[in-house]
Ligand binder design. Structure first.
Ligand code: ADP
Ligand code: MG
Length: 394
């Protein structure tokens, strides 16, 4: 780059031309040809092509609410072949509503209020969307208290000690891992899940005490955004920590055929590695703490703006809204930026390829060579600026 600046320096160029023009004879001709070749061979436009396009591309993305943490990610995203999308909080709002509560016979639970008090207290410190809705709902009937012990199991649920009782709130995996007998689960669990609801199981002192069904709503833009991603040639896969039935119901609703459910955060990373081994470039879209390892492992991680700080920190791209259309825009912008870089490179190579031979055989005056070099650099910059307004269509 230092060499490039030296040969383009206007003062040096002017002095060189003046000196050359004052000379006569064969020395003058060879000096003129040499300076014309030097000027024609100046790789300014080549050096400008990539940074100019990346700067304009990231700027335009930011105006559209898509924040790339660097130019590399903008460049990387156009290679994406597989997009993995998390369910809760990413495809859905992650603001579920409690629709059903069922008590099983448990010696220490006599009423819904008692169950809600223990479940709400256990969930008090969890940032999961399900936890928030349980706490909110429980607060209408009782006053949740801070648990004496609290442990969160990402992708599974929570374990807490409330008023001396061990409370588990989460999915089947959580209960099984805590040796809770889950053989006699009521059949309504299956029905609720087939209807797309998520069922949080509550166990007190390692015995099932109740089931809380929550229905999450799908973001209005999710369906069209997923259709757009598929139209862009992406393989879209839903990766969820939720159970198979609920995940399938949501996937059907938004038009996703590939569903991987009941995944732990580590499983999500394993799925990414699986696609990467097949030489696919993978983008991961998520919102929760449970998505953070996958967001970091993917070739490009995109976090929705309503997600947790951990997810936003782990991702390469932060979308300002909750909308999945931001992912489509990010990919379109990345493709447009790469197109722009290729155009500028081709132009710069063409310019060098034509002007250097002409300069070498003395058919190009140094003044003209300098002007052509400047024109070429301006063209590259103008081409990059075009990105600011170019139409992005699926
Ligand atoms: P997704 O991958 O779809 O975003 P998560 O990995 O966040 O889902 O959660 C997976 C499942 O784990 C949830 O559907 C829920 O059953 C259970 N779960 C996770 N955290 C909690 C919690 N704090 N309270 C209750 N259940 C939870
Ligand atoms: Mg999520």
């Amino acid at each position: 780059m230092r060499g490039v600046r030296t040969c383009c320096h206007p003062a040096l160029f002017r002095h060189l031309c003046l000196l050359v023009c004052c000379l006569e004879g064969p020395l003058s001709v060879s000096l003129q040809n040499t300076s014309a070749v030097l000027l024609a061979a100046c790789p300014c436009p080549l050096g400008l092509a990539t940074p100019a396009a990346l700067v304009v591309g990231t700027g335009r993305a930011a105006r559209q609410g898509v924040f790339f943490k660097g130019g590399v990610q903008l460049e990387q995203l156009h290679k994406t072949k597989v997009v993995l999308i998390d369910k809760t909080g990413t495809i859905t709002h992650g603001r579920p509503m409690i629709t059903d509560i069922l008590l099983t016979s448990h010696p220490s639970i006599q009423s819904q209020r008692q169950l809600l008090h223990l479940a709400g207290s256990a969930e008090l410190s969890s940032g999961h969307p399900l936890a928030r809705v349980i706490v909110e709902y429980a607060s209408q009937y009782t006053r949740p208290v801070d648990p004496t012990e609290f442990l969160s199991f990402p992708g599974q649920g929570v374990r807490a000690t409330v008023a001396g009782q061990q409370v588990l709130v989460g999915n089947l995996r959580l209960l099984k891992e805590h040796d809770v007998n889950v053989s006699g689960l009521p059949s309504c669990k299956d029905e609720w899940e087939k209807g797309g609801k998520t069922v949080a199981l509550v166990a007190i002192n390692r015995r099932i005490a109740g089931l809380i069904a929550v229905a999450d709503t799908i973001k209005p833009s999710s369906r069209s955004a997923i259709r757009h991603l598929q139209a862009l040639g992406m393989r879209v896969v839903m990766v969820s920590g939720d159970n198979v039935k609920t995940s399938n119901a949501v996937a059907r609703e938004v038009g996703i055929g590939d569903v991987l459910a009941e995944l732990t955060p580590e499983d999500k990373v394993r799925v990414i590695r699986h696609f990467q081994r097949q030489r696919y470039s993978v983008a991961m879209v998520g919102d929760g703490i449970n998505d953070a390892p996958a967001l970091a492992a993917a070739d490009v991680g995109l976090a929705v703006g309503t997600g947790t700080d951990v997810a936003l920190e782990a991702a390469d791209v932060a979308l300002i809204g909750a909308d999945l259309e931001g992912v489509v825009q990010a990919i379109l912008l990345s493709r447009a930026t790469m197109r722009c870089i290729v155009q500028s490179f081709s132009w710069a190579l063409l310019y060098n390829g034509i002007t250097i031979p002409f300069a070498a055989i003395g058919w190009l005056n140094p003044l003209l060579a300098g002007a052509a070099m400047a024109f070429s650099s301006v063209t590259v910059v103008l081409n990059a600026l075009r990105l600011k307004r170019s139409k992005l269509r699926v």
